[in-house]
Write a protein that binds this ligand. Structure first.
Ligand code: LLP
Length: 431
């Protein structure tokens, strides 16, 4: 946190604005995004593809954080969009996202989802299973429509942070298995269809990945499969989509690669493989979510009660928790935070940051070094921009926090804070 900016009051400055003023103006908990950082992250990918002269689509994985304002920024940056549900697609349409750049994912796409995708003429469907092929064929016939598709395969590589696991026959709910021949069976069904145009293959090997090895291996696996299909069926893929998963820094333990490194490694390996098998160099698609928004967002909380258990631990409670960030409880995810109204005060105290849900597991950060802390202090938790708001819940009937965007020193409310009326809006009386 060496680069933390503060003002003369020792308040944390984020996106050029005093975070304490933001907390006062909009209330807490509050998600705040530095839009310039979002744009920088997007451009790190896009510019590197351009620099290498490679045709590519950088599809923002909107599951990381979907809202109209966010998708408008993605649109402005010329990104494509990965949606996985009718709700995400609806949000994209509401943001007036160019439909030809929207890709639909999902391991159980409903007939309504597929119909919505077809009626809105979205660019591509990533086909996941046999049931979907049947539904899609039927709908395309009914609508007299054609659509580009990719086949999602499980290359037998599962990457997590620094490790990847190789399995011959991946045990996953997503995509077609290669080893058993199901991917080839899907290929044959799709290639026969007059309605589906097969652009190429898709795979996604995992999330929060810090090495390029897993991606390189995935590319090699995909090419050895595509080479079989080239020999047998004269297939020459136009597109290779290698998914998302590019890691970010949550704490000082994380040492992510510059985003451009992933692009360079992918382009080099795809070049090697395409040459080896004498195939045309394909268009490369990637689907970063976390790497676009993760480090562009922070969450502001107000500190409330304190429980100091002598010789055991100090619990510091804040006014949010697992309802606005489930990642610590769900994945044991680690975060860093500071007291935003005394950033450089000596850290003479240690406390664990507790959420306010009625659940012992609702802890945000364990054993954090802090200055002397009191009720009313504002805690700023870093790198909460991905999978925070998007995985928020109404547990304990908490209302979801507001989201504020900052750009050019101007703060703007982009998602309103929910009210308790909102939370109980759909309750019907039983009296
Ligand atoms: N593409 C596909 C097909 C995916 O399944 C995912 C994430 C992404 C792209 C984007 O991955 P990213 O670049 O954001 O790592 N909720 C979890 C992560 C689950 C992600 C599932 N799929 C979290 O909070 O860490």
């Amino acid at each position: 946190n060496e680069q933390l900016k503060t003002n003369e009051k020792d308040h944390l400055i984020f996106g050029g604005i005093d975070t304490i003023e933001l907390a006062k103006k909009y209330g807490t908990p509050l998600y705040v995004y530095d839009v310039e950082k979002i744009r920088q992250n997007a451009r790190a990918f896009v510019n590197q593809f351009n620099k290498l002269g490679v045709k590519a689509q950088v599809a923002y994985a909107s599951k990381a954080f979907s809202s109209v304002a966010m998708l408008q920024v993605a649109k402005q940056e010329g990104l494509s969009l990965d949606v996985v549900s009718q709700g995400e697609l609806y949000t994209a349409l509401k943001a007036d996202f160019p439909v030809e750049k929207i890709h639909l994912h999902g391991n159980n796409k409903s007939i309504d989802e597929l119909r919505m995708a077809i009626e809105n003429k979205i660019g591509c469907i990533v086909i996941d299973n046999f049931h979907e092929i049947k539904l899609l064929e039927q709908l395309l016939n009914e609508h007299d429509h054609q659509i580009d598709v990719l086949i999602r395969v499980t290359p037998g590589i599962e990457a997590h942070t620094h490790d990847y696991i190789l399995t011959g026959n991946e045990d996953s709910k997503f995509g077609f298995d290669i080893a058993s021949g199901q991917a080839e069976e899907a290929f044959n069904l799709i290639i026969k269809s007059k309605r589906m145009h097969l652009k190429g293959l898709h795979c996604h090997i995992g999330s929060q990945i810090f090495e390029t090895d897993g991606f390189i291996l995935a590319v090699q696996r995909l090419y050895s499969l595509m080479n079989e299909w080239k020999i047998k069926y004269q297939f020459n893929p136009e597109v290779l989509n290698v998914g998302g998963g590019f890691g970010i820094r949550y704490t000082s333990d994380d040492q992510p690669l510059p985003l451009s490194h992933y692009v360079t490694a992918l382009v080099e390996e795809i070049n090697t493989q395409a040459n080896k098998y004498q195939m045309d160099f394909p268009e490369i698609w990637i689907e970063p979510g976390r790497a676009i928004v993760g480090n562009a967002g922070i969450t502001l909380y107000e500190v409330g009660s304190k429980k100091e258990i002598p010789n055991v631990r100090n619990y510091i409670s804040v006014d949010g928790g697992m309802t606005d960030n489930i990642r610590p409880a769900l994945y044991d995810a680690k975060y860093d935070a500071v007291i935003a109204n005394k950033v450089n005060a000596p850290k003479t105290y240690q406390g664990s940051i507790a959420g306010k849900c009625c659940e012992s597991g609702d802890m945000l950060i364990w054993d954090l070094r802090l200055p002397e802390i009191e009720a009313g202090d504002i805690l700023a938790m870093f790198s909460t921009g991905a999978y925070g708001y998007s995985m928020a819940s109404h547990y304990n009937r908490f209302a979801k926090p507001a989201v504020v965007f900052i750009e050019n020193g101007i703060d703007k409310l982009v998602v309103k804070r929910e009210t308790y009326q909102d939370v109980s809006r759909y309750d019907l009386s039983y009296e």
